[in-house]
Design a protein around this ligand. Structure first.
Ligand code: COA
Length: 445
C-alpha cells in the first residue's frame, strides 16, 4: 500500500508577542512562576492589527507551496480548520485560495474547498479527510492543503487569558510523503460535553477546570479505543507523543496518566514495584473513593520516579518547546507539538526515519483521537526548512498598554482603529471591508 501522510509543514506565528512572566504576571498580581512553571508558558503570540486567520493561513500556505515548488494545479483540496471563523457561510479556505491566487499565476477553481469545525481537533480531522480522499483514489494524483489557523483570544479577565495565542500551521498531504505516514488505525473518545464553546460569540465560554477533566477522560477513552484496534501500546513503541497543547501544563497531566496506562502489566510496572508498589486495581477496593485515593497516591509517587522523569524528558518535553513560546493555537497546537518534537530531534542530529509518533489530538465539546505516524525518509530536510525560530525572534514585544490596545483591536464588539506595531513585508495583510461585508486582502512585497 502506498504511504499517505504529511509531505511538508509550515508554521506562521502572529507577529506580536506578550511576555507572560515579565508583562502579564505583574499586571495580574500573580507569581511569574504560575506561568513558567504551572502553565509552562513563557510567551503568547498575537496577531498585529493587519493579521487574522486568513493572513496567517495564506502566509503559511504560500511559503509551503513556494518551498515545495507546488502550483495550484497540484492541489485538489483545501481544508481550513479553525474555531475563529468570522462567517457562517463562506469558508475561510475560499479567502485563502483568493490570497494565494494573487501570487501564483493560476487558480484553484478545480480544488474542493471546505472548513472543518470541532474545536481544537478539527486540524487532525482535516488530515483524516485528506488521507481518506487520497486512499479512496479520488485525488487524481493531487495532494491536499490542510491549514489549521486560529486567533485563540479570550475575554479580558478570563482565566484562559494567560493561554492565548495566534498562528497557523499549513500541511501538504500526499502519497509518498517526506515527513510522516499516517496509520490506518485510529482510536476515538467522543461525548457531548460542555467545557468550552462559542455560541455565536467571538470569545469562548470556558469552564477551564472542567475542560482539563474532559480532555483527560476523552483522551483515555481514545487510547483504549486505539488499543482495541492496534493492540496494547507500550512506551517502547513510540519515540515522541505529541499531544494537543493548550498549555504545556495540560500535557504534563495527560502524559502522567498515559504513562500509568501504558506501563500497566508490563515489566516497567514490575521494575517500579519495589520503589512505589504496583498500580491499584479497582477490583481490590470496596468503594470508588478508596480506589481513587490510592490511584492519586500512586500517581504522585510515579511522577517522582527517575524512570518516569527520564521517559517524560525524552518523549514529551521535546513536543513542548515551541508551544512554550507561542501559547495556544487551538487547531494548530497538536501540529506545532509534532513539529517541535521533530525539530528537537533534528537539532540533536538524531535519525528518526522509521520511528513512530503517537499523536493525541483533542477538541472541546468534546473529542479525542489517537493515531500513530511513521517518520519518513526525507524528514530532516522538511524540518530544516522551518524558520520558526527566526519568526519567533522577530516578533514585536508588546508592553501592557500595547496589549490592551491590540486585544481591543481584535475584539469584534469594539470599533477601534489601532496603528500596526510591525511593518508587513512579503506577506498577506487584511485590507478592509468589501461592499457585502466581506474581508479583503492584499499581498505586501
Ligand atoms: N508556581 C508554580 N506553579 C504555580 C504557581 C506558582 N507560583 N501558581 C500556580 N501554579 C500552578 C497551579 O498549581 C496549576 O498547576 P496544576 O494544575 O499542575 O496544579 C497551574 O499553575 C495553573 O494554576 P491555576 O490556579 O489552576 O490557574 P487558573 O485557575 O488561573 O487557570 C486554566 C488555569 C487552565 C483553568 C485556565 O488557564 C483556562 O481556563 N484555560 C483555558 C481552557 C483550557 O485551556 N483548557 C485545557 C483543556 S482544552
Amino acid at each position: 500500500m502506498t504511504a499517505v501522510g504529511i509531505d511538508a509543514i509550515e508554521i506562521w506565528t502572529g507577529n506580536l508577542k506578550l511576555d507572560l512572566p515579565g508583562t502579564f504576571a505583574p499586571q495580574k498580581g500573580e507569581d511569574p512562576e504560575k506561568y513558567t512553571k504551572g502553565l509552562g508558558l513563557n510567551a503568547s503570540s498575537f496577531p498585529d492589527s493587519y493579521e487574522d486567520i486568513v493572513t496567517m493561513a495564506a502566509n503559511a500556505a504560500r511559503r509551503l507551496m513556494e518551498r515545495k515548488g507546488l502550483e495550484p494545479d497540484d492541489i485538489g483540496r483545501i481544508d481550513v480548520a479553525t474555531e475563529s471563523a468570522f462567517d457562517n457561510s463562506k469558508p475561510v479556505s475560499t479567502y485563502v485560495a483568493g490570497c494565494l491566487e494573487q501570487v501564483f499565476g493560476s487558480d484553484f477553481h478545480h480544488a474542493n474547498k471546505g472548513e472543518r469545525k470541532f474545536a481544537c481537533i478539527a486540524g487532525t480531522q482535516s488530515l483524516d479527510d485528506a488521507y481518506n480522499w487520497i486512499r479512496a483514489g479520488r485525488n487524481r494524483g493531487r495532494g491536499a492543503l490542510v491549514i489549521a489557523t486560529d486567533t485563540a483570544l479570550y475575554a479580558r479577565g478570563d482565566a484562559g487569558e494567560a493561554t492565548q495565542g495566534a498562528g497557523a500551521v499549513a500541511m501538504y498531504i500526499s502519497e509518498d510523503p517526506s515527513l510522516v505516514e499516517l496509520s490506518t488505525d485510529q482510536g476515538y473518545g467522543s461525548a457531548d460535553e460542555t467545557d468550552f464553546l462559542k455560541p455565536n460569540q467571538q470569545f469562548p465560554s470556558v469552564d477551564g477546570k472542567r475542560s482539563i477533566q474532559v480532555y483527560l477522560a476523552r483522551m483515555r477513552e481514545a487510547l483504549e479505543d486505539y488499543e482495541s484496534v492496534a493492540g496494547d501500546v507500550h512506551p517502547d513503541d513510540f519515540t515522541f507523543a505529541p499531544f494537543h497543547t493548550p498549555f504545556p501544563g495540560m500535557v504534563r497531566r495527560a502524559a502522567l496518566l498515559a504513562y500509568r496506562h501504558v506501563i500497566r502489566d508490563t515489566s516497567i510496572e514490575d521494575d517500579l514495584a519495589a520503589e512505589i508498589g504496583r498500580q491499584p486495581r479497582a477490583e481490590a477496593f470496596d468503594d470508588d473513593e478508596a480506589y481513587h485515593d490510592a490511584l492519586r497516591e500512586y500517581m504522585d509517587a510515579l511522577k517522582e520516579t527517575e524512570r518516569y522523569q527520564a521517559w517524560y524528558d525524552a518523549t514529551i518535553d521535546p513536543t513542548l518547546t515551541i508551544s512554550r513560546e507561542v501559547g495556544n493555537w487551538y487547531t494548530g497546537s497538536v501540529h506545532v507539538a509534532r513539529a517541535s518534537a521533530l525539530k528537537t530531534a533534528f537539532e540533536a542530529g538524531r535519525d528518526l526515519t522509521g520511528e513512530t509518533l503517537l499523536i493525541g489530538s483533542y477538541g472541546s465539546g468534546a473529542q479525542a483521537e489517537i493515531h500513530a505516524e511513521t517518520v519518513q525518509e526525507g524528514w530532516e530536510s522538511e524540518i530544516e526548512a522551518l524558520d520558526v525560530d527566526e519568526q519567533l525572534d522577530a516578533r514585536y514585544e508588546l508592553s501592557w498598554a500595547d496589549y490592551e490596545e491590540i486585544h481591543d483591536a481584535h475584539n469584534h464588539e469594539m470599533d477601534v482603529d489601532v496603528e500596526e506595531f510591525t511593518t508587513p513585508s512579503d506577506e498577506f495583510v487584511f485590507d478592509g471591508w468589501g461592499r457585502m461585508g466581506e474581508r479583503k486582502y492584499r499581498y505586501v512585497e
